[in-house]
Design a protein around this ligand. Sequence first.
Ligand SMILES: Nc1ncnc2c1ncn2[C@@H]1O[C@H](COP(=O)(O)OP(=O)(O)O)[C@@H](O)[C@H]1O
Ligand SMILES: [Mg+2]
Length: 113
Amino acid sequence: MAILEAKCLKKIYTTRFGGNRVQALSNVSFSVEEGEYVAIMGESGSGKTTLLNILAALDKPTSGQVLLGGKSVSALKEREMTAFRRNNLGFVFQDFNLLDTFSLQDNIFCLLY
Ligand SMILES: Nc1ncnc2c1ncn2[C@@H]1O[C@H](COP(=O)(O)OP(=O)(O)O)[C@@H](O)[C@H]1O
Ligand SMILES: [Mg+2]
């Protein structure tokens, strides 16, 4: 069984008053089997970060679904998703997202809790 499935993911960013609309993802579907090693490639602005944020449930798709181990991410409660991220996901941000008022040690603890 696929451990990760993206089904018809679509993401449209809109400005606060709905003026500008950017379609970042248009019907993205794929699945990943256990043990597979997958790279997402594309030019700058093609939607890689948007896709990864949605796969990690840091952002929500405009439509479509992400299934982790057959379970829809949108059906998980925030608390369950937090536990899932802690136990199963590693995420290296392009910019490190460190909190500069925290020590290095506290930044690491932030990632763990
Ligand atoms: N928060 C946002 N608000 C509006 N548009 C965004 C936002 N984030 C990304 N975009 C736009 O969505 C498209 C995809 O961006 P992104 O996912 O960052 O691509 P990549 O990581 O492949 O460079 C780009 O056109 C980008 O300008
Ligand atoms: Mg990016």
